[in-house]
Design a binder for this molecule. Structure first.
Ligand code: NAP
Ligand code: ZN
Ligand code: ZN
Length: 349
């Protein structure tokens, strides 16, 4: 038997979100019931509500940056107990058996089940998944992360997507002392990239459309800040960076950004443009450069990221809003007017 919980949903593609109720499965023996405290608004929520990544399933309850408290556990649960502070990120299950799942790369599950996304996905039981813009969520204990005590829940919520999405490539491509890292776009992902790259010891540069947020960028940990609207930026910084993390989903001239890499440098895409973006082979061949992509992170790495952030006192910069302001927040994200993550106080749902 399912129970019903209060949520905010988009009833159809591109429609404003409105209050509703959705079913949640009954607590299984390996499940935990989480009272959601905060849910971050990721730009991916907006892409999916607007059906920019395929048709999508509606009504859609977005939200994959979930922080809350465990209130009940199934009979076989060993990892969590009631009262634990936990987070749920972009996926809530995977096959657990394929090579990627076994390697802790559940986000790239190649098994028959595939990675079960937290919302706009299909669960093991065949039912649609509903995300974090809701009062509660039921999730398998293995897909709920422990939020360390030092991290406030509102600042922790965005780590579950924005945080891990930049932590993973920064780790894989060796952001650290002596390495020059550029972050393109100072939004939700970008501001976390600045904080995490700085904490890892890298020399950080922000490449933003304008100098409007320069003071914030420097305060968050960047040493340099440049406007990409100024063509001189691309001349001045040619051949500068070991790693560029591009968080922008708009079409950028990737060749121009590849030109900012040193020999053997890498440009990693995490922003997801709607259409293919052209790249000339010569921009890669010249400096033996790499163009790569990266999708969120696995469960173990997400836990590692949360522990790293707690150790370094890193949370997201958040603007906490009541649920009735979700649609307004979407408009502000689209206008690059976010500093630097909207987080829904789910008690207002
Ligand atoms: P966001 O908060 O809206 O930040 C994006 C930033 O991009 C903006 O703040 C802005 O920064 C810059 N930007 C926006 N429009 C631009 C344009 N026309 N030209 C150049 N720059 C522009 O979004 P987010 O939540 O960080 O997400 C960013 C992207 O990553 C989205 O596409 C999202 O779907 C994707 N994403 C991917 C993953 C993954 O696993 N790969 C995970 C989460 C999200 P400035 O004002 O500083 O220029
Ligand atoms: Zn996200
Ligand atoms: Zn798998």
């Amino acid at each position: 038997m399912n129970h019903t919980i209060a949520a905010y949903a988009a009833p159809s593609p591109k429609a404003p979100l409105e209050p509703t109720t959705v079913p949640r499965r009954e607590l299984g023996e390996h499940d935990v019931l989480v009272d959601i405290s905060f849910a971050g608004i990721c730009h991916s929520d907006i892409h999916q509500v607007n059906a920019e990544w395929g048709e999508g399933m509606f009504p859609m309850v977005p939200g994959h940056e979930i922080a809350g408290v465990v209130t009940a556990v199934g009979s076989q649960v060993t990892r969590h107990t009631p009262g634990d502070r936990v987070g749920v990120g972009c996926f809530v299950d995977s096959c657990r058996d394929c090579g990627n799942c076994r390697a802790g790369l559940e986000q790239y599950c190649t098994g028959e089940l595939g990675t079960v996304m937290t919302y706009n996905g299909v669960d093991r039981d065949g039912n649609p998944t509903y995300g974090g813009y809701a009062r509660q969520v039921v999730v398998d204990e293995s897909y709920a992360l422990r939020i360390p005590d030092g991290l406030p829940l509102d600042e922790a919520a965005p780590l579950l997507c924005a945080g891990i999405t930049v932590y993973s490539p920064l780790t894989r491509w060796g952001a650290g002392p002596g390495r020059r890292v550029a972050v393109v776009g100072l939004g939700g992902l970008g501001h976390m990239a600045v904080k995490i790259a700085r904490a890892k010891g890298a020399e950080v540069t922000v490449l933003s459309q304008s100098l409007r947020k320069r003071d914030d960028g420097l305060r968050l940990g960047a040493e340099h800040y440049h406007a990409t609207s100024d063509p001189a930026t691309f001349e001045q910084l040619a051949g500068s960076f070991d790693l560029i993390v591009n968080t922008v989903s708009a079409d950028l001239d990737l060749d121009a950004y590849l030109g900012l890499l040193r020999t053997d440098g890498a440009l990693v895409q995490v922003g997801l443009p709607e259409r293919p973006v052209p790249v000339s082979a010569s921009a890669l061949i010249g400096g033996r450069r790499t163009l790569a992509g990266s999708l969120i992170g696995g469960i173990a790495e997400t836990q590692e990221m949360l522990d790293f952030c707690a150790e370094h006192g890193i949370g997201a910069e958040v603007e906490v809003i009541p649920a009735e302001r979700i649609n307004e927040a979407y408009q502000r994200v689209l206008a690059s007017d976010v500093r630097y993550r909207f987080v829904i106080d789910t008690a207002t749902i």
